[in-house]
Ligand binder design. Sequence first.
Ligand SMILES: [Fe+2]
Length: 409
Amino acid sequence: MNDKPSENVMRSVDPLTDGMVSRRGFIGAAVASAAVAGLHADSRASWTVDGIPLPDWAADRIRSGVARYNAWCGKDETVAFPLITDVHSHEPGFAENPPNWNDPKSHILFQRAIAHATDSDFLVNLGDLDFDINILGVKPEWNDVQAVIDGFVRVYEKEPLPVLFSMGNHDHAKGRYTSKQFGDTFNRGITARAGHKVVLSECGTWGYYDIPAKRFRAVFLNTSDEGYAGYSRKQLQFLSDALATVPEEWHVIALQHIQVPGIMGRWRRGLDDGPLRREGIFMQIVDDFAHHRGNLVQGFHNPPIKGQYDGIKWDFADSKASFVGGFFGHTHLEANMQIDGVNWVTRPGYGTVPADCPCMGARDPKCVWEFKRSKDMMIDLVAVKPEKRVVHVFRFGYGGPESELEYKY
Ligand SMILES: [Fe+2]
């Protein structure tokens, strides 16, 4: 894997971003060396990732986003991760010299640059890498699917920080790519193989990553492990157990592809997706965790019984942890809801949609993103201040500050 992390992500010194390097402190030796190795006092920001120079427009957006992020952070301890989702790349492999900026996978280079510019703790990809169709929009041959998968591996495999992958509904290659294969290739093949202590299920598509120094657990799930859209009982039991074992006073975030509640996205609910199987049980488990309940609420199951449903059992009566929120992709939308004090957020993470994409805007004109993927990005940085119980979602690129979100939990 990556035996020379310091050469993977580099930048030159810049008056707007340079203070960040020493202020937040380094997450680890790999990040420290990555940030320091690229410093050259005589130039403005010029970024390379895996030796690939980023275009000037990308460096500009990263620089302005980092400046706003630094101003927000102040001296507070922050957990941060750049989130990308719904990359939907159908290009085989990954062109490096020169990069094909029209291949959505190229935006992962921007995500990685942002991770290091902000001293992020980890990176998140919320799925729909998309192995279901080829560049012609039809079912691909298996060799073509493998070439797209190889391209994703290539663009992530030298990343020194942990990358958490949630499987999307378009990642089964129409029944030819199992959850186990996805988990072995991405969470196990990239993140665990790089030495990061990520706790994984047997199939490797759900698990959690802890940051003990910041009392933070990131749980990631697979919303397509039972059918096109659904959780298995096994996964929800894993979730319940993962939440029940969170140490006292820790903060937990949940990451997955398909949004809950389903009404938050317009993505043809009830047509091609169908309902997310066991969505209600998932939301009940999280709601009980957020409120430290051992019992289901009155009304959901009457009379109330010890937390259990459909063979899944949970009990958070003794928990003293906090739930930061659930973050989702799938919708290609910016939307959020708070239900019973629990925050649910869906983001487009979709730095890849050309203005003439025919699939966008058919039902909601606001959903047309008016930019070209080769000239702009749309990447979110999720930042959490556990002490202040506040979340800010920063937008790097299209939409800018007007597309950002802040909430308390
Ligand atoms: Fe999706």
